[in-house]
Design a binder for this molecule. Structure first.
Ligand code: ACO
Ligand code: OAA
Length: 450
């Protein structure tokens, strides 16, 4: 039924918009920490952790002083971790999973056993591929991943047991299975939605997580050592980011209810998918494609500035006003992961003859802060975050764009599981902040009198 050209659903949507509007002034009046942020932009302190430390500024007598970013896993600087395994010529992601989950660096024997344990668990339960992946494909791999995680509950003989030993077992299974769930979800997508041949390659025990993933997504199984090393580096850099990032905080919130690991991790996958969080790596690629289409000369700084201003003014691209891949809730001057990925992107761009496109990224990184400052009237610096250069690196590795956020999930599952264990050991209280009701009292009116 249509009234004034509006459908019933249109009118419901208008009501939903009108009756969910809250005066912005009220947030200030009641001192609401919107987005769980203090008035100076720092995060509200809601927990303690020993897993990841994210350093982005110095607090000096209550003032927030921007600083170069630093990221530490269990107290060890990410730069040192990367230098360490690269110097020894080995892959690093498995070692980082161990470090995050168990709080210390493994010696050679413990690392070998842990790597073997991951390899043994790198298979899906009987019937899972046929019933849960191929019979229910999705156009979106993150959606498919969340459903595969939830479906795993029914294949687990002991799904609700929250003893640490059981959750460690479940965590290792999930870390080992995420690359397979993503790879097969992707293969199902290209087969059922894009009419291409179906490839279900079984993972191989002797390969690392990064190698196996490349092996499973490519029809011919082929990858080079350099490609696997770069993917391994990306996995290491994306593995953990403290307790406050949205998906990890989701882990704390959901697990604080005492629910099972599959419910917790499926919720975290849903959070990571969002374009302001892990989903930004796909958005960056779409935004760059849009800029490439609309800016005639990629070397012309003024033309790029003009178009970025349109993006900031919500007149171009997705009209959300965001330049994706820039800005961070904690980092200010730099995100150490973006610095590492930028170096890799520069090397690869030279090798692959893609320096012109790389130059576009550099110009955006250079001019966006001043445009942002002019628009917002602030001194705030927006530097590239981990999502700015990661997609460009994946593109040069010929990894399809729909896999960029799922790769983030393949890495971050290790941090999520570490935080789940920490919540179970040291949390214990249901997370339950307050919302003030500002509508006041109203009377119930009988149907005939409305
Ligand atoms: C793995 C990760 O999650 S890394 C982050 C990936 N996300 C992105 O790259 C998306 C683009 N960036 C953003 O949206 C933000 O910088 C976030 C979500 C990362 C951080 O958000 P916040 O902590 O709220 O940022 P902050 O407090 O600095 O924001 C202040 C203002 O600047 C705006 N802003 C921040 N970054 C950007 C940006 N890249 N482009 C345009 N505006 C921005 C915010 O929208 C906010 O505007 P408002 O005051 O009108 O609401
Ligand atoms: O910390 C955050 O807010 C976002 C995040 O997960 C990351 O940068 O890796």
């Amino acid at each position: 039924m249509q009234i004034d050209g509006l459908t019933y659903l249109d009118r419901l949507a208008l009501l939903a918009e009108k009756n969910n509007y809250i005066e912005p002034d009220l947030y200030e009046k009641y001192n609401v920490k919107r987005g769980l942020r203090n008035s100076d932009g720092t995060g509200v302190l809601v927990g303690l952790t020993e897993i990841g430390e994210v350093h982005g500024y110095i607090l000096d007598e209550g003032e927030r002083i921007p600083d170069q970013g630093r990221l530490l896993y269990r107290g060890i600087d990410i730069w040192d971790i990367v230098k360490g395994f690269q110097k020894e010529g080995r892959y690093g992601f498995e070692e980082v999973c161990y470090l995050l989950l168990f709080g210390e660096l493994p010696d050679r024997q413990w690392l070998e056993e842990f790597t073997n344990l991951l390899a043994e668990n790198r298979c899906l339960p009987d019937g899972f591929v046929e019933d849960m992946i191929l019979k229910a494909p999705s156009n979106d791999i993150m959606n498919k991943l969340a459903r595969s995680v939830l479906a795993s509950y029914s294949y687990d003989k002991n799904p609700d047991d929250l003893s640490i030993k059981n959750v460690v077992r479940q965590s290792i299974e999930l870390i080992a299975r995420f690359p397979i769930m993503v790879a097969y979800g992707y293969q199902a997508k290209v087969h059922f939605y894009e009419n291409q041949s179906l490839y279900i390659h079984l993972p191989r025990k002797e390969l690392s997580t990064a190698e196996n993933f490349l092996y499973m997504i490519r029809p011919d199984n082929h990858y080079t050592r350099l490609e696997a090393e770069l993917l391994d580096l990306a996995l290491v850099l994306h593995a953990e980011h403290g307790g406050g990032n949205n998906s990890t905080f989701t882990v704390h919130v959901v697990s604080s209810t005492g629910t099972d690991i599959y419910s917790v991790i499926a919720a975290a996958v849903g959070s990571l998918k969002g374009p302001k969080h892990g989903g930004a790596n796909i958005k960056v690629m779409e935004m760059i494609d849009d800029i490439k289409t609309n800016v005639r000369d990629w070397a012309d700084e003024e033309e790029i500035k003009y178009y970025l201003t349109k993006i900031l003014n919500k007149e171009a691209f997705d009209k959300k006003g965001l330049i994706y891949g820039l800005g961070h809730a904690v980092y200010t001057l730099s995100d150490p992961r973006a610095v590492l990925l930028k170096n890799k992107a520069a090397e690869l761009a030279r090798e692959k003859n893609m320096e012109e496109e790389f130059g576009l990224y550099l110009t955006i990184e250079k001019v966006a802060p001043e445009l942002f400052a002019a628009k917002k009237g602030t001194e705030k610096i927006i530097a590239p975050n981990v999502d700015f250069y990661s997609g460009f690196v994946y593109k040069m590795l010929n990894i399809p764009v729909e896999l960029y956020t799922p790769i983030f999930a393949i890495a971050r599952i290790s941090g999520w599981c570490a935080h789940l264990l920490e919540e179970l050991v040291s949390g214990g209280r249901i997370i339950r902040p307050a919302y003030k009701n500002v509508i006041g009292k109203r009377k119930y009116i009988p149907l005939e009198q409305r």
